[in-house]
Design a protein around this ligand. Structure first.
Ligand code: XIL
Length: 356
């Protein structure tokens, strides 16, 4: 490790340990060169700009926390609302981390995007497949949705109700919920969420659904069917975990958003990151290509009447799930490991300032 890396790490640790948690004290660290912030620039627009954020960051990473409140007006809890992080026994759940994140967001005038009520991953150990009857599984799901959504009623206005229920070829994913309850688990989840907070906007969220194709066609049919049956669904989330060489075509993405608008649905980009490991050329070339992807996708969202949020899955390249996912260190986010804004950040900034 280089000497300067060690020095910066020690500085970060000292700041984290010594400075009180009010992020406002940190604003000057990040002010230079990025004024106005993305958050300032989206102020009077229909689009909220968000980032995933974890309780660990809130409790121990002062720099991340300061950056979050400076640049973003929407917070998406990375883990703290997933069943596996909340309910450590069937009848024992702790909302402490989620409470802290929601309180924190409110105190900084940020919207919380609730994520996620029904998923096949991050499930508690006690929720073993085959252990529960259909009725019990319905009760478990209902209790969880009710506990979460009612707890934050009128405080968390948007929920990812069902996450990643489709496979790449557009079939319903074989999950504990599909197996145990049947395909109607999706409708039920939305109906129960609506009962718990009739004002909340309820989303179906998925990945690899940005371009028109097998998976997004299946998603279109899924949500259209739900609307036809009177199921309370208000929007669709496009995760947009992508990378150089595999990024969606912007025009195709725009056309896809349009057909969901025609159904009367909102759309949001919910978890964007852009891996550079598949790119070619120098690192500088890759960061420039990454910036183009961010800029292109953001412009599509800004230009779509029904696109109401654009959320990045993390803050600085120092901390991203991509390393664990791919086994390769990457740089998928808007800020580098030293919290400096990258070309990708500038691309969003330019899109907001209407400069191409
Ligand atoms: C990821 C987190 O970032 C990881 O830390 C965790 O280990 C797994 O979940 N789709 C989603 C997110 O909807 O909740 C996932 O978040 C990334 C993929």
């Amino acid at each position: 490790m280089k000497l300067c890396s060690i020095f910066a790490m020690i500085l970060s640790l000292l700041l984290t340990a010594c400075v009180p948690r009010s992020p406002l004290n940190a604003a000057p660290i990040f002010s230079e060169g990025i004024d106005p912030s993305l958050r300032d620039l989206t102020d009077n627009r229909k689009v909220e700009i968000g980032a995933a954020f974890s309780i660990g960051q809130l409790n121990s990473n002062f720099l991340d926390t300061a950056l979050l409140v400076r640049e973003f007006d929407m917070l998406m809890p990375e883990h703290s609302m997933k069943m596996g992080s909340v309910c450590y026994a069937r009848d024992r759940c702790s909302f402490k981390a989620a409470d802290e994140l929601v309180d924190f967001a409110e105190s900084h005038d940020m919207t919380v995007r609730g994520h996620t009520l029904v998923w096949h991953l991050n499930q508690p150990k006690w929720l073993e497949p085959g252990r529960y009857s259909r009725d019990e599984l319905m009760e478990i799901m209902h209790d969880y949705i009710d506990a979460m959504v009612a707890r934050y009623r009128d405080r968390v206005p948007i929920w990812d109700v069902v996450n990643e229920a489709l496979t790449l070829d557009g079939a319903l994913r074989d999950t504990i919920w599909l197996r145990g309850i049947g395909p109607e688990y999706i409708d039920l989840a939305f109906r129960w969420a609506h009962e718990a907070d009739p004002n909340a906007r309820l989303f179906y969220n998925d990945y690899a659904n940005e371009e028109i194709g097998q998976k997004s066609d299946a998603m279109y049919e899924l949500v259209k069917g739900m609307l036809d049956r009177g199921v309370p669904i208000h929007g669709v989330g496009f995760q947009l975990h992508t990378g150089l060489g595999i990024a969606p075509d912007p025009q195709d993405f725009a056309a896809n958003l349009k057909r969901f608008e025609a159904l009367g649905l909102e759309v949001q980009v919910t978890e964007m990151d852009v891996r550079i490991q598949g790119g070619s050329g120098s690192r500088q070339d890759k960061l420039a290509a990454q910036a183009r992807v961010y800029g292109d996708m953001f412009r599509v969202c800004l230009q779509a009447d029904n696109c109401t949020a654009f959320v990045i899955w993390g803050l600085s390249d120092r901390r991203s799930w991509v390393g664990a996912l791919t086994g390769v260190e990457d740089a998928p986010l808007l800020f580098d490991r030293w919290y400096r804004p990258k070309p990708a950040y500038e691309a969003l900034d330019r899109a907001l300032q209407n400069v191409s």
